[in-house]
Structure formats: structure tokens, C-alpha cells
Design a protein around this ligand. Structure first.
Ligand code: COA
Length: 177
């Protein structure tokens, strides 16, 4: 695919909280993240949001957000059933990055923007010494599953419990530094 030169991948700042809250409501309403919560994440180094922005118009084309606290986060969010982690002090556990949200606006889809956003998330995860990057996706989200499979993520399990009456799958990719 020809790289879209006018689309720049840039780190979000707290000033982007409102725009991100609108997109989050559109695509991940269940997450119940308002702009105050997103702003708090943007000010907290444990999370990174990256934007795809059209350099000519300034329009927001999409975003990805990544949680770098995933080892303790996994237990907190009850994912431990799918990722058996060894009993070890937290500091000794290998670090992993969790993609929390990824969306590209319909008019910008099919141009390799999600591919670039996921590549940026993986690049940041490597830079932060993570050994793995993973995400959860609804079984019926064939578009997202097609994307992750194309990007060499492997199906690594499923949550024991259904959420919103949907089976939730885990996709993961090992990262080599
Ligand atoms: C899924 C989504 C992020 C894809 O964004 P995109 O920018 O159109 O994806 P890309 O153009 O970067 O696609 C990269 C690759 O993934 C594959 N892919 C993308 N969308 C796909 C789809 N709907 N079905 C199958 N494969 C798909 C493409 O084949 C492409 O491979 P190619 O480059 O070899 O052609 C976008 O459709 C979206 O925002 N959906 C709604 C929100 C959502 O479901 N987010 C994921 C939640 S986990």
C-alpha cells in the first residue's frame, strides 16, 4: 500500500481530550470515558494516545490508545483467566502493552492508517521494553480481526465470561527488540 503522506501520526496531548472523547463515545461507548477521564490518561505516563491527523486539513482521521500498565492491569480487569502469569513480584513480571482502543473514521478507512497506528503502538511498546502487545476484540468484529491477523497478531485465547453477550477474543504479538 502506498503510504499516505498527508496523514501524520502524532502523540496526543491533553488538549486533544475533547476530540478523543467524541471518537471514544462513537466507537467505544461502553468504556464510559468522558473527556475528564481521557485528559487524566493523557497526563499519566502509563497511557499513550496517538492520533492520525490530516496535515492539510487538520482533521482527525483516527486514534490508538495503549496501556503500559498491563501486568497489574490484567489482574485488575480480570483477564488473568486467559493469560496465565507466573506468581512473581510485580516488578519482575515482563511488561506488556495493551491496545485499549483503535478507530479510523469511515472516510479514511482502507488507506493503511490503522496499520500505521498499530505500528506506532508496537514501536512505543518496544521502546518501553515490553515483550508483547495484545488486545481484546469482540468475536463479531470481523474487520478488526482481519486487520490484526494481517498485522501478524495471533489468536491467543478468549475471556472466560462473555461481555455484552459477546465472546471476547484475545490477540497478541511477541515483540523482538
Ligand atoms: C478496523 C479499522 C481500525 C481498520 O482501519 P483501516 O485504516 O481501514 O485499516 P488499514 O487500511 O490500515 O488496513 C490494514 C490491513 O488490515 C486489513 N483490514 C482492514 N480493515 C479490514 C476489514 N474490515 N476486513 C478485513 N480486513 C481488513 C486490510 O486488508 C489491510 O491489509 P492491506 O494493507 O494488506 O490491504 C477500522 O475499520 C475501524 O475503525 N473500525 C471501527 C472501530 C473498530 O472496530 N476498532 C477496533 C476495535 S478492537
Amino acid at each position: 500500500m502506498v503510504e499516505e503522506k498527508t496523514i501524520k501520526i502524532v502523540r496526543a496531548t491533553p488538549r486533544d481530550a475533547y476530540a478523543l472523547s467524541v471518537l471514544t463515545k462513537e466507537y467505544f461507548d461502553y468504556a464510559q470515558l468522558d473527556s475528564a477521564k481521557i485528559r487524566a490518561r493523557l497526563e499519566n505516563g502509563d497511557y499513550e494516545y496517538w492520533l492520525a491527523r490530516d496535515a492539510e486539513s487538520g482533521a482527525l482521521a483516527g486514534f490508538i490508545d495503549v496501556d503500559f500498565t498491563s501486568v497489574p492491569g490484567l489482574r485488575k480487569e480480570g483477564d488473568a483467566a486467559v493469560l496465565a502469569m507466573p506468581e512473581a513480584p510485580e516488578a519482575a513480571l515482563p511488561k506488556q502493552a495493551k491496545i485499549l482502543g483503535l478507530a479510523v473514521l469511515p472516510e479514511f478507512r482502507g488507506r493503511g492508517i490503522a496499520r500505521r497506528l498499530v505500528a506506532k503502538a508496537a514501536e512505543r511498546a518496544r521502546a518501553r521494553d515490553c515483550i508483547k502487545i495484545f488486545l481484546l476484540v469482540r468475536e463479531d468484529n470481523e474487520g478488526a480481526r482481519g486487520l490484526y491477523e494481517k498485522l501478524d497478531f495471533a489468536l491467543a485465547g478468549a475471556l472466560a465470561e462473555k461481555l455484552w453477550n459477546q465472546k471476547i477474543l484475545l490477540y497478541a504479538k511477541e515483540l523482538k527488540n
